[in-house]
Design a protein around this ligand. Sequence first.
Ligand SMILES: NC(=O)c1ccc[n+]([C@@H]2O[C@H](COP(=O)([O-])OP(=O)(O)OC[C@H]3O[C@@H](n4cnc5c(N)ncnc54)[C@H](O)[C@@H]3O)[C@@H](O)[C@H]2O)c1
Length: 234
Amino acid sequence: MRSVAVIGRGAIGGVVIGALERGEVPGARLAAVVDLGDPLEDALAVADLVVECAGQAALAEHGPRVIAAGRDLLVVSIGALTDDALHERLRGGPGRLFLTSGAVGGLDLLRAAAAMAPLERVRIVTTKKPATLGVRDATGPVEVMRGPARQIAAAFPKSTNVAAAVALAVGSFDVVEAVVVADPAATLTSHVITASGPAGEYRFEIRNRPSAANPASSQVVPHAVLATLRDLAR
Ligand SMILES: NC(=O)c1ccc[n+]([C@@H]2O[C@H](COP(=O)([O-])OP(=O)(O)OC[C@H]3O[C@@H](n4cnc5c(N)ncnc54)[C@H](O)[C@@H]3O)[C@@H](O)[C@H]2O)c1
């Protein structure tokens, strides 16, 4: 039985916590919840797997101690891994680092294509409601930012973890161009991922319903976390 601690009781963490409490992850039980102001050490004393659902700053704050304590760590705030030093610490063990697929898919195929031969062009275009990007008074689609995935993930820490997930899948933060669009008509949050290289040409279009609790996050994300938890607990 895996003993699970969840960091963050928000839109994503709340759903993960509820599912664990209801026994919906066979082989795993909820051991602790850590939110702002709660000591991590109490959770590390009772958990062997920690799920971060709290944001990039929280991952930077707690993640290295989780790994150093020999606890496994499942991460949703993947954009924090644009910080190479943090990424190295989290990969340094003895705990193991796992990433959720989160709001996007196709990462397995992109990983395989990039392993065959480096991809030459990868782009992810994310379109969301303006308010979730801090944009006011947009009357139509507005491109808010375009640049390397590393730069975009750092600039929009709550909205571009997906760009970092794609970059990690293809093995380069620099080959991936990320574009962020604010669109008042975007009732669904979309991510269009295109890639090409010697292995072929790829296009994935994802249209997620935003979470009512936090429209910057998509409803599907905690269910991606729970899918990984089910695999880890099997
Ligand atoms: N990988 C993906 O596809 C993906 C998609 C959406 C969101 N995310 C990431 O997930 C994060 C959480 O999303 P959410 O919608 O649940 O956010 P949220 O704002 O609804 O909830 C965040 C929770 O974390 C807590 N928290 C903040 N800082 C903390 C700290 N230092 N220690 C402990 N708890 C802390 C807050 O109090 C809150 O309860 C986002 O910030 C984003 O980085 C990733």
